[in-house]
Design a protein around this ligand. Structure first.
Ligand SMILES: [Zn+2]
Length: 356
């Protein structure tokens, strides 16, 4: 008998996923469908305020929705408190988070704290937090994520995403390719510890890896609408986590390695870049050199860094992160309970070419 999670017992998912060209201009109709109010705070960062947020505000105000623009400096709890005051003072009925990870996470958490819903409007496709229920904030328990609610809607404008800096889109692909080892870790935990699994979530997550691997060349060529492939995969990955009720289908040893790097590296790289680099090494631990080479090949097609040096990380930071990754969280993975020895960490990093 398989130990299966009671799937679909309490699964909260976004009510509406709106993906396509010029989707920002359809925000009024989207709000009409959702019926969540006529007064909101739109949280964004300073860089995007002039670029897209003012445009969205104009479009919404023509349709009779009052929008208060609010910019954030960083993703901290202090920033969440600041937004809580603004949402409260403006008597807003819902929140829009527009931008990369930070504004979306702040919108996710501040709306959750006030019992309001939020709409996620990603302008870069760099990780799968865009539709998930968890928010990552700095300074909160080693950058662990905080439980909140998934967005009521995700509005992804592929015209904006197509034009966003490619490094972010590549990082989004990296966050997806990292699911390969996250799934292997979960299945290992099932076999060794009889941890419950969700076949539906695993299938969804596997599908996202397949889609990025199959379309790697198209993504790299930046053919029109290429960002749609990436955002589709990121959304499906978020849904896999909604079904599982945890980040298990999307986050394993490679994510623990990335979180370890965030703590110790002088200049951490992007989340998706680090998790993909981690998945090269974790693939080696699971399957040997053949497994890691496959991962490296796909990453190279996409244009993702495959060595510590390319990511601006020091060799010793990678080794240290590998040694402490198992302590990052209580989650059974290929790293086991004791983690890698110093010698094993060096060996794995050398064998995979991550350090030379
Ligand atoms: Zn991730």
């Amino acid at each position: 008998m398989t130990n299966v999670i009671n799937e679909f017992k309490h699964v909260e998912m976004p009510q509406l996923l709106s993906l396509g060209k010029n989707m920002i201009s359809e925000l009024p109709q989207i709000l009409e469908t959702l019926k969540i109010g006529k007064n909101c705070v739109l949280i964004t960062d300073k860089f995007l305020e002039d670029k897209f947020a003012r445009q969205a505000k104009e479009i919404l105000e023509i349709s009779g929705v009052h929008v208060t623009l609010s910019t954030i400096d960083d993703s901290t709890l202090a920033e969440v408190d600041k937004q809580l005051t603004i949402i409260d003072e403006t008597k807003s009925e819902f929140v829009i988070g527009m931008g990369g990870g930070k504004p979306i996470d702040i919108a996710k958490l501040s709306s959750f704290k006030l019992g309001l819903r939020f709409i996620s409007v990603p302008t870069i496709a760099s990780h799968d937090g865009i539709a998930s229920s968890r928010a990552s904030l700095k300074g909160v328990n080693e950058r662990h994520s905080i439980a909140a609610r998934p967005p009521i809607a995700v509005v992804a404008d592929t015209e904006i995403l197509d034009k966003s800096p490619y490094r972010f889109t590549a990082a989004g692909c990296g966050d997806i390719l990292a699911k390969k080892t996250a799934i292997k870790d979960w299945l290992l935990a099932y076999r060794l510890k009889y941890e419950p699994i969700s076949p539906t979530a695993i299938s969804l997550s596997e599908m996202t890896v397949h889609s990025i691997t199959e379309n790697a060349s198209i993504i790299r060529s930046k053919a029109e609408g290429y960002s749609r492939i990436v955002i589709n995969a990121l959304l499906s990955s978020s849904l896999a986590m909604c079904v599982a009720g945890s980040s298990r289908p999307g986050s394993g040893s490679e994510h623990m390695f990335s979180h370890a790097l965030d703590e110790i590296a002088e200049k951490p790289a992007l989340h998706g870049e680090q998790t993909a680099l981690g998945s090269i090494i974790m693939s080696y631990l699971h399957e040997g050199e053949k497994g890691s080479q496959k991962q490296i090949d796909t990453m190279k097609i996409i244009g993702l860094p495959v060595t510590a040096k390319e990511l601006g990380l020091k060799d010793e930071e990678v080794i240290k992160a590998l040694e402490i990754a198992h302590k990052i969280r209580q989650r059974f993975t290929i790293l086991g309970s004791d983690g890698l020895t110093h010698e094993a960490a060096i060996n794995a990093a050398l064998k995979t070419g991550v350090i030379r």
